[in-house]
Structure formats: C-alpha cells, structure tokens
Design a protein around this ligand. Structure first.
Ligand SMILES: [Zn+2]
Length: 193
C-alpha cells in the first residue's frame, strides 16, 4: 500500500488546512521512510511470498521495528513532537495521527507480519488481515482512498478559493488534479511491480 497512504493525507488536508501538504505526505509515508535505511542495513527486510515473484502485495514484510505497533506509536509521537515546535499542538496531533494511520492501513493489507513489540520482542502474535491475498480487493481499496482523498482536497480547496482570486482557484484544481494523477500513477506502478 503506497497510493492509499497518500490518498488519506490528501483527505486530511481538507479538514486541517493548516497542516502543510508536504508535511502530511511525509507523515503518511514516515514508517516507510524510516524503513529504507533499516532495509539497507539489513535490519528490516521483505521476503517474497513463497511461489510468487514478490510483486504487488506478494511480500512478507519483516519491518519489525518501524511497523511494530509500539514502534509506529513511538515514531508518530516523535514526528508530532518535532512538528509541535514549529506549527503548534493541534497540527502536531493531526500529523502524529497521520503517521500512525500508516500502521492502521497497512494492518488491513499485510499478511500477518506486523509485530506488536519492536523486534517482535517476546514472540507475540503478528498482526495483519491479509487483504493483499486478494490483490483486486486491496487495489480497489487503495483506488477508493485515492479518489476520496483527491475529491475532499479539491472540494475544500475550491471552497477556500471561493472568496479569493481566480488564480487561487485555478491552483487548487491543478493541485487536486496532480494529486489524483500521482496517486493513480503510484497505484499503477505498484500493481505492475
Ligand atoms: Zn508500510
């Protein structure tokens, strides 16, 4: 799930316009951003599901720190703390929640590979509802989130621009269009991988 996370961030922008869009996009992908260096260091890894090429939704993801329940909460809190310095408490809470929303959306699609404690301490049961086992369903879910997010974003931007100059309205349409196109492109890339 990549496109779905960005769709959600676009939707949140419509209810919390004070949160900068780039910060929302960074927040929604933050667990995966932290995953990258850990992946390169060999601490976290992705194994293809046995008998598959490891394409869209065909991975067992051992992101045992970034995608553990407690790890995600810690990363969300850290993100919120840094944000609070600059944009205040309300935006910090929203952005922290967006960071954690990544874990919730991943929980729907991951195949029971998300631990509760970092490093799967104590060997507790791993979580994940495994919607990736039905790629059409998970792709449809991502598409729905992208469309809903782009629509909400466009609607609120248009409302905000109603009293402002036409140039702003044009910009809102443009940004919503770019968001939608980017979301769809990400999903298409994801599916074809
Ligand atoms: Zn993830």
């Amino acid at each position: 799930m990549i496109a779905g996370h960005f769709g959600l961030a676009a939707g949140v922008k419509s209810v919390e316009p004070e949160a900068p869009l780039w910060a929302l996009m960074l927040a929604t992908a933050f667990l995966d951003v932290v995953f990258v260096p850990l992946y390169l260091l060999g601490i976290e890894r992705i194994d293809p599901v046995p008998g598959t090429r490891g394409g869209y939704g065909q991975g067992i993801i051992h992101a045992d720190y970034t995608h553990s329940l407690v790890g995600a909460l810690v990363l969300a809190a850290l993100f919120g703390l840094v944000v609070a310095i600059r944009w205040g408490r309300r935006v910090a809470v929203v952005l922290g929640a967006v960071v954690f929303s990544h874990w919730v959306l991943d929980l729907i699609v991951h195949r029971g590979d998300m631990p509760i404690l970092p490093g799967n301490l104590g060997g507790l049961p791993r979580l994940g509802f495994g919607l990736w086992q039905v790629p059409t369903a998970s792709a449809a879910l991502e598409l729905a989130i992208v469309l809903a997010g782009a629509y909400l974003y466009w609607r609120s931007a248009r409302r905000a621009a109603r009293d402002a100059a036409d140039v702003h309205e044009g910009r809102a349409h443009l940004v919503a269009g770019v968001l939608l196109a980017a979301g769809l492109a990400t999903l298409a890339l994801d599916l074809s991988s």
